[in-house]
Design a protein around this ligand. Structure first.
Ligand SMILES: *Cc1c(COP(=O)(O)O)cnc(C)c1O
Length: 236
């Protein structure tokens, strides 16, 4: 297992580097997040031993379990899945970065919890550009309100935007969504939003991270291409 993970990681990293170079970007400015959901703490250890520092989980409970199981190694944990406000308190103290802030109320809860925990998590605003009924995330105007509210936080910091585009296995079909998120970021910057609150664009997964990198992603969230196909034992 360890050798397979190391090989897959190396392959993802070299594809990331190549995509960055195609877009005349410095690959070291793009953070690869290894999405370890449904995989064990041993999988995380194997990837960490191969040089991987950032890991992502989509559920608070499963994430906290793995954070506990790997407490002896230095990892930056990302929460990339939907966050219910009753779990904000637990998440704020445990994850270095939370990608799924989709309301001002959740933002304030996370900030209060972070202050209480003495933590300073990075927060990303999840933008729902497609307005799919089944998807989480804030519509663009609400996302802008969250960004503005983010200027008055005590402990947490809003540092950018996150996107889960409508599923399509063809990355040329998801590419226009990546462009739209980048354009939205650029228009808010032009309107005077502080650059530090829009530094990150979290977009791109196993099947489309190269297009995302070419279009400006600063964080990509890759699971399957590193750990293999997931098998789910419980329903989501
Ligand atoms: C699972 C997940 C990913 C990774 O998906 P892969 O296709 O396995 O790379 C990325 N982002 C989010 C929000 C996820 O839940």
């Amino acid at each position: 297992m360890d050798a397979t993970i190391a090989t897959s990681l190396q392959s993802v990293r070299s594809r990331l580097d190549a995509a960055a170079r195609r877009a005349s970007r410095d690959p070291s400015t793009i953070r690869l997040i290894a999405v370890s959901k449904t995989f064990s703490a041993d999988h995380v250890r194997a990837a960490h031993a191969a040089g991987q520092a950032d890991f992502g989980e989509n559920k608070v409970q499963e994430g906290l379990q793995k954070i506990g199981d790997t407490a002896d190694i230095k990892i930056r944990w990302h929460l990339i899945g939907h966050l219910q406000s009753n779990k904000a308190r637990k998440a704020a103290g445990a994850f270095a970065c939370i990608h799924s802030v989709d309301s001002v109320e959740l933002l304030r809860k996370l900030d209060t919890a972070a202050a209480d925990a003495g933590a300073a998590p990075e927060l990303l605003v999840q933008v729902d550009l497609a307005r799919e009924e089944t998807k989480f995330g804030a519509a663009a105007d609400e996302a802008r309100r969250i960004l503005d509210a983010g200027l008055t936080l005590r402990a947490a910091r809003v540092t950018g935007l996150m996107l889960i585009p409508p599923w399509n296995e063809d990355q040329e079909q998801t590419r226009p969504w990546f462009v739209r998120l980048r354009d939205l970021r650029d228009s808010w910057l032009a309107e005077g939003a502080p650059p530090s609150s829009l530094a990150q664009l979290s977009m791109g997964m196993s099947h489309d991270f190269e297009a995302a990198v070419e279009e400006g992603a600063t964080m990509i969230r890759v699971g399957t291409a590193i750990f293999g196909t997931r098998t789910y034992h419980t329903t989501a």
